[in-house]
Each structure stands twice: as structure tokens, then as C-alpha cells.
Ligand binder design. Structure first.
Ligand code: ATP
Ligand code: MG
Length: 456
């Protein structure tokens, strides 16, 4: 990365004022890798383009109207944005104009949070005292040390300009395990009307980053307390304070947040954890003994999750994975289940393309999040997974393709042309094979085929 930045600097010349800016400086101070490196320069985008091209680098005009071009150096794409000031924001989403060629301080002043409003001249990148070269007009380093997200300037004004910023505040708190500074947090409920106008695609990106962060539970709590949850995820509100009876120590919302934290950090896991019990408020019932039940809540959760993810324009792939987790989260095989019943579960997971490993990890997270001390459920869960793995390793026939007699062989055996009967027969054979998978040989199946066709 550093070599590529050197190459860029050589191409743009010493007066380019090239700096590393925003999240990249923040992450460098936190010794946190991974993110992209955004650069800023005093040069106008046309000049950046010409000089980079003259040095033989590929340039893409990815955001010319905001002063951004992307330059490929050392195999990495670098966004280089001209120092810019934002004009007025009239729609709560975008500035009506941008002014290019302003001083770096003004560029930093338009950025959202102090921890994101620092710049590091690229010539200082490799010095031992690079920290001392950071331009930090708003106290970003102080706030990084205090682990706090604070708006640059007046949060009420900054949240009126761009309604995504309140959500970004919660997202950074979740991603970095930070708190949100009091005035910044207090400004969020005052600006919900602006937040409402933000494009759902931007919201979805930030929500996903929040959910996959190491302190996602804090991010979710901030969303709830600040009113943002009701704005974008109103389906979750009825879970707040919803008691769940004696098997749970937490209310449904507390359990949801705990589940998000207890499942692996990938987006499908986290979205599924967030939504897996949304059907509970609508299915809650109490029996005569005073026990609470949520019969069929999985199906309701599924419907709610699908509508919600569709509204947020989530990808089909993500929706499919989330649906599979939710659909199968209420299955709790006990030791007295037959092998056949366990294989039936394997078949359901396979039909939904949910790897057994993922199902198990989600189930464990859900169990742990009931609030009874972390590991009470662990031995039972491990025994169950071992059993399911053993059964899966023997590769039982779970779909028609795995039958020892294919469609053609079955037609030949019964001397009948194809038709709906074939699918029925295959389903019948697969069902019987759940109990006796070792009978999946041509001879083993033949007796069953004949018995089936002899039935009136
Ligand atoms: P990540 O590690 O998730 O990429 P980031 O801080 O780099 O975090 P980006 O969305 O890539 O976030 O934005 C890059 C920089 O642009 C931010 O650090 C911030 O300085 C500025 N920025 C981004 N979005 C906004 C916004 N809505 N309002 C003001 N400044 C913003
Ligand atoms: Mg970034």
C-alpha cells in the first residue's frame, strides 16, 4: 500500500498536498487494518487525471461532480478527492453544490465526526513520529483516546445537513466499541425527520456495518434509544419489553441483541439474528398455567424479515440466507429423536442450502442468548452436532438424484411412461430411505418399488 501511495505522490508532484484522510487515518491510529485508503489533494480532478495518466496510471472518473477520481496504483484503487467545501444542504441528503480547491481545514470541517476529520501528509507516512504530523483541527485524537464519537461542529446543524450521519454515529460506536458523545447523541431524536429522507440503500449499508461490528449490541441499543430503530426497523419495536416466560431471562429485544452478539459476525448471521424472533409479539399466548407460548412464530418472523429486507433493498442472496436461518431456528432435536428424524432435518437444511455448520452456529448463538450463563447448553449442543455430522458424513440419499435407481430405471422397472407418478414414487423412496439409507441399492429399492406400485 505504502509503495503505491509513494508512486501516486511522485506522479502528482510535491505541490499536490497529497494526504491520507478520514477513516484511513483513524484506523491507522487505532492500529486497525482492512479499510480502504482515501486520499485528498489540493489539485483539481482534471489535473490529478492528467498527471496520473502521464505517469502511466489508470484513472477512472468515479465521482467527478464531487471532485473524486479513482487511480489504480500498485494494483489498488485509490480515491483521490480534491479538498472541497460543501455548499448548503437543502434535501437532507446532498449539498446543492461543492466548492473545489479550498484549504485542507475546510475539507476536514465538512466531515462527519472528529475521529474521521484528520489528515496525514503522505510524506510522513513512514516516519517514526508520523502521529505528530497529523492535522487534527477538531480533536479527533483526543476523542479516539476517549473512545467517543463526536460530531464536527454543532451536531444539530450537521444532522440537519445529512440524515445519514446519526446512523453513522451508531455504526461507528458498534464498529469501534465507542460511546456517542452526549450532545451528539441528544441531537439524533431532534433530527429524525431529516434521517427519514435518506435513501434506503445507504441505510442498509450502514445497518449492515453496525450489525457486523464487535459491539453491535451497543449500536442497536443506541438505535432504539435515539428513535432511529422506529424509523427504519419499526417491526422490531414490539419486541422491546416483551416478556418471554420462564425459559428466558431477557425480554425479546434483549434476547435479540444478545443473539446478534452470540452468532458469528457475517452479515447473513447477524441479520438473521436481528430478525429471527420478530414474529413473537404477534404470536404470544398464555396457557392456563400462566406459561407463555409463541406458536408458529418462525413463519411470522420469516414474513416480517422478508418484507423488511425487501424494503431495504437487500440482495436476493442475503435474503435467501437469512430466510433459511429463520425458517429452521425453532428446531431442537432431542437425544430421543430417531436417526430418520435427524436425517429429515439434514434434508430440510440441504433443500434450503443451509450448511449444517452454519445452522449449528446460529442455533448455539440463539441458545446462549437466552441469558442463563454462557455455556449451560454447550455439552448438549456439541453432542447433537456430533451426531448430525456423523449421519451427514455417511451421505444418506436426500434427493432424487441420489437414488440408486434413476427415473429411467424406475420407468423400465414398472414398464410405465413418465408422469407425475414418478415424482411421487421418488418421494416415497426417499422418505423410507431416511430410516434405512443402507437400502439405497438397485436391489434394495426394487422391493419397495414393486410394493408401492401394487398398492391400490
Ligand atoms: P469505513 O472504514 O467503513 O470505510 P470510513 O470512515 O472510511 O469508514 P466512508 O464511508 O468510507 O467511512 O467515508 C470516508 C470518509 O468520508 C469518512 O471518514 C468521513 O470523513 C467522510 N464522510 C463519509 N460519509 C460522510 C457523511 N455522510 N458526512 C460527512 N462526512 C462523511
Ligand atoms: Mg472508507
Amino acid at each position: 500500500m505504502i509503495d503505491a501511495v509513494r508512486q501516486l505522490q511522485a506522479a502528482l508532484g510535491p505541490e499536490s498536498g497529497l494526504v491520507l484522510v478520514g477513516g484511513a487515518v483513524r484506523d491507522r491510529l487505532l492500529a486497525r487494518g482492512g479499510g480502504d485508503w482515501d486520499l485528498a489533494s489540493a489539485l483539481l480532478p482534471e489535473v490529478v487525471t492528467t498527471r496520473a495518466q502521464e505517469a502511466g496510471l489508470k484513472v477512472f472518473p468515479t465521482g467527478i461532480q464531487h471532485g473524486t477520481v479513482t487511480v489504480l496504483a500498485g494494483g489498488h484503487p485509490f480515491e483521490i478527492t480534491t479538498f472541497r467545501g460543501d455548499g448548503d444542504y437543502l434535501d437532507g441528503r446532498h449539498p446543492v453544490s461543492v466548492r473545489l480547491g479550498v484549504a485542507l481545514e475546510e475539507d476536514l470541517a465538512r466531515r462527519d465526526f472528529t475521529i474521521n476529520a484528520m489528515a496525514l501528509p503522505v510524506e510522513a507516512l513512514e516516519t517514526s513520529d508520523w502521529r505528530d504530523h497529523i492535522l487534527d483541527p477538531f480533536g479527533g485524537r483526543r476523542d479516539l483516546e476517549a473512545r467517543c464519537v463526536r460530531a464536527v461542529g454543532d451536531p444539530l446543524k450537521r444532522f440537519a445537513e445529512d440524515g445519514l450521519r446519526p446512523l453513522r454515529a451508531c455504526r461507528f460506536a458498534a464498529q469501534l466499541d465507542f460511546t456517542v458523545e452526549a450532545a451528539t447523541l441528544a441531537a439524533i431524536p431532534e433530527r429524525l425527520e431529516v434521517a427519514r429522507k435518506v435513501a434506503v440503500e445507504r441505510v442498509f449499508v450502514e445497518l449492515t456495518k453496525l450489525l457486523t461490528g464487535p459491539a453491535a449490541d451497543r449500536g442497536l441499543e443506541l438505535l432504539e434509544r435515539s428513535g432511529l430503530l422506529g424509523l427504519w426497523l419499526p417491526e422490531l419495536l414490539p419486541m422491546v419489553g416483551l416478556g418471554q416466560g420462564m425459559h428466558h431471562r431477557l425480554d425479546a429485544w434483549g434476547h435479540t441483541r444478545a443473539t446478534v452478539m452470540a452468532v458469528p459476525p457475517g452479515a447473513p448471521f447477524r441479520w438473521a439474528a436481528l430478525l429471527h424472533d420478530t414474529g413473537k409479539p404477534g404470536t404470544r399466548s398464555e396457557d392456563e398455567a400462566g406459561n407463555l407460548h409463541f406458536y408458529g412464530h418462525e413463519a411470522d418472523s420469516l414474513l416480517i424479515a422478508q418484507a423488511l429486507l425487501q424494503r431495504l433493498r437487500a440482495s436476493r442472496a442475503l435474503m435467501g440466507e437469512v430466510a433459511a436461518f429463520i425458517r429452521h431456528h425453532g428446531i431442537h432435536p432431542s437425544p430421543d429423536w430417531s436417526d430418520g428424524a435427524c436425517r429429515r432435518l439434514l434434508r430440510r437444511l440441504e433443500e434450503d442450502r443451509l450448511p449444517l455448520e452454519h445452522w449449528g452456529a446460529f442455533r448455539l448463538g440463539d441458545q446462549r442468548a437466552k441469558g442463563w450463563g454462557d455455556d449451560a447448553c454447550l455439552p448438549q449442543h456439541q453432542a447433537l452436532m456430533e451426531r448430525l455430522h456423523c449421519l451427514a458424513e455417511a451421505v444418506p440419499p436426500l434427493n432424487a438424484k441420489a437414488l440408486a435407481l434413476d427415473g429411467r430405471a424406475l420407468m423400465k422397472l414398472l414398464g410405465r411412461p413418465g408422469g407425475p407418478w414418478l415424482g411421487e414414487l421418488q418421494a416415497h423412496l426417499l422418505e423410507r430411505l431416511l430410516e434405512e439409507p443402507e437400502r439405497n441399492t438397485p436391489e434394495g429399492l426394487e422391493a419397495w418399488v414393486r410394493a408401492w406400485s401394487a398398492k391400490p
